[in-house]
Write a protein that binds this ligand. Structure first.
Ligand code: SF4
Length: 348
């Protein structure tokens, strides 16, 4: 942390008032909001929010969160629909999501798990045992995804223990962690944590980041430590109105990530979380942004624009269409919007 970074997280509305991030007169209504969905900014994001609207809007509560829309859902992506044991989501045959904790370093105002994150404490030992036992007795499970909350709020010792146990299950070929920590709490990326992760021979880290301003010097250094250790890095971002809903904002983010050796992986359409409607764009707006990015960025820097179908029916690409079929063949649209004909070879 540099000399301008506050020494403690912001966890109350008065903290935000002191930082100039909210007005004192809004304290009563924002206190109601923060009672409903927990408030926390790490010292790094507390400092960065004072410099960047794109960051502040992700973490600073507003009265708009009290507005519920008819489409809002308690469990937008259907985690609970596919839970064979507590703490585990088994939606696709070959992979499971293990929710190791409900705690995060920051609480994002648009979070799709906002109804469940924020409780202190980690998955109770008996539930963790049951989840690991389920994974061990289910040979179809090839990949285990650690999420939460944020799995990297666990101590290096706990992570080492968990990773070692999963590495001992022969059919678990890949371990993936979804985390905000390298960006929002980069000092947690220590040598001990990296050594803990590397106990599995194929561990992937997917970093959640939504705006180029989040990639502070400390965050860049943390990502470099992971990349230098040989851990493959992917990113996932959420398309958020008022934060990154322009080709310019996302181009800056994806270019920065590629330079940091992080492959942009998913751009999520914002889920139907309760009180997060003000962050949602339309799918058409998202497609237009993706179409603009295709003409501006190399394929390595382009993520897939995806929607988690509400209700737990899975994730599908929803990017712009480039191909249309007719009885004579195909029309392909180039990145500049110009149509071209394409015909398949004659059947043999
Ligand atoms: S870090 Fe992830 S799980 Fe935690 S509040 Fe943000 S989006 Fe939700």
């Amino acid at each position: 942390m540099d000399g301008n970074t506050p020494l403690r997280p912001a966890q109350t509305i008065p903290d935000l008032v002191a930082d100039g991030l909210t007005l004192a007169e809004d304290t009563p209504v924002l206190t109601r909001v923060a009672q409903d969905f927990r408030l926390r900014l790490t010292p790094q994001m507390r400092a960065a929010s004072q410099l960047s609207e794109g960051i502040a809007r992700q973490f600073v509560p507003t009265a708009a969160e009290l507005i519920e829309r008819p489409e809002d859902r308690f469990d937008p992506i259907g985690d609970d629909t596919h839970a064979p044991v507590p703490g585990l989501t088994h939606r696709y045959p070959d992979r499971v999501i293990l929710h190791v904790t409900k705690t995060c370093e920051v609480y994002c105002r648009f979070c799709f798990r906002r109804e469940t994150v924020g409780d202190t404490g980690h998955l109770p030992p008996d539930q963790l045992e049951a989840a690991i036992a389920y994974i061990a007795r289910t040979p179809a499970i090839w990949e285990v995804i650690l999420t939460g909350g944020d799995p990297l709020v666990l101590s290096a010792r706990r992570i080492a223990d968990l990773v070692a146990r999963l590495a001992a299950i022969p059919h678990v070929g890949v371990l993936r962690l979804h985390t905000r920590v390298p960006v929002v709490a980069p000092d947690r990326i220590t040598g001990a944590l990296i050594a803990a992760l590397k106990q599995h021979p194929s561990v992937w880290v997917v970093v959640h980041t939504n705006h180029a301003d989040e990639l502070t010097d400390d965050a860049r250094a943390a990502l470099a430590r992971l990349a230098d250790a040989g851990i493959p890095l992917l990113s996932q971002s959420v398309l958020l109105r008022g934060v990154n809903d322009s080709a310019e904002a996302l181009e800056a983010l994806f270019r920065a990530l590629i330079r940091l050796r992080v492959k942009p992986y998913y751009l999520h359409h914002c889920d139907l979380a309760r009180g997060a409607g003000h962050f949602r764009t339309t799918i058409e707006e998202g497609q237009a942004i993706m179409a603009a990015l295709r003409g501006r960025l190399s394929g390595t820097a382009l993520p897939t624009y995806v929607l988690d179908i509400p209700g737990g029916y899975g994730k599908v690409p929803i990017g712009p269409e480039y191909l249309a079929q007719d009885p004579q063949g195909w029309t392909v649209t180039d990145p500049n919007g110009q149509p071209h004909r394409y015909e398949d070879p004659e059947p043999r």
